[in-house]
Design a protein around this ligand. Structure first.
Ligand code: F6R
Length: 261
């Protein structure tokens, strides 16, 4: 795992967007894993700008989102399909038939989860998986005690996650109680993982995920097992890391990051 610390939220989101853009330019038919949430909005804003002003081409790109709420139709403004259309897909030249999210209203949820895994496999697996981290330490909706080998399935949201998302729904009571989410194992199968966290409220959980022991209590800590995982942070979210000087040194000195400095 590598941690990169940028001065603020904007520069962190910008770096993430540039990493995605570089991969997409090198592999136009990239299979891109996507995340939703407040943190990602800044990344999608930059990607849309890159499409509009720098010819970033999504025409061959295929996408798989991490998760979707059970019971929400794509037309529901709280659904993640709606979020993705609104923040990214409607503004770039992606073919919507190549964009995939689990169907939260599927009659047979188990079959839906199985088919989602099969679709990912048919596309050859995920090349680059974008991730956020929740207050409960989750990636996707892999709540505490999610098996580190778990695959796409229905998960009950933890009270911390319900609370985290209450504002978006108007109140905690309106937040759906379950979601379909890629499993930790599904995420670890991607060829590259890129996690973005910003803001002081993520500092505690970031320290646990990056420098703490690998535990199913903090599913993001499983990323320590991944051979190619980059965690991009702003200063406030990095505040509780013990080895931040080393991470800064790496970013300044590793040739891989030269073009991004
Ligand atoms: C959503 C997802 C979640 C969020 C996480 C952070 O698709 O996968 O893991 O990334 O809950 O959400 P924000 O950015 O709203 O703090």
């Amino acid at each position: 795992m590598e941690a990169i610390i940028r001065p603020n939220q904007d520069s962190a989101a910008h770096l993430v967007a540039r990493i995605i853009a570089k991969e997409l330019r090198a592999h136009p038919s990239l299979v891109l894993g996507l995340a939703t949430g407040r943190t990602m909005e800044a990344v999608y804003r930059v990607l849309v700008r890159m499409h509009q002003h720098e010819h970033l081409d999504f025409s061959l790109c295929r996408t798989f989102n991490l998760d979707e709420y059970v019971g929400l139709a794509p037309s529901d403004p709280h659904s993640y399909r709606y979020y993705m259309n609104r923040h990214l897909f409607n503004h770039v030249n992606i073919d919507k038939r190549n964009t995939h999210l689990p169907h939260g209203t599927a009659k047979d949820l188990e079959a839906e989860c199985r088919q989602y895994e099969e679709k990912i496999a048919r596309c050859g697996g995920i090349d680059l998986q974008l991730l956020g981290i929740g207050a409960a330490g989750h990636i996707g909706f892999n709540e505490p005690l999610s098996a580190l080998r778990s695959r796409t399935r229905v998960k009950a949201l933890s009270p911390i996650t319900v609370e985290q998302n209450a504002d978006l729904f108007g109140s905690a009571a309106k937040v759906p109680r379950r979601a379909i989410t890629m499993g930790v194992g599904t995420i670890l199968d991607s060829r590259r993982c890129l996690l973005l966290a910003t803001g002081e409220e993520k500092a505690g959980v970031i320290a646990l995920a990056v420098e703490g022991p690998i535990t199913s209590m903090i599913s993001a800590s499983a990323l320590q097992l991944h051979a190619r995982c980059t965690v991009v942070l702003d200063e406030p979210s990095a505040r509780q890391l013990q080895e931040s000087d080393y991470y800064r040194w790496t970013f300044e000195n590793e040739p891989e990051w030269e073009e991004f400095r």
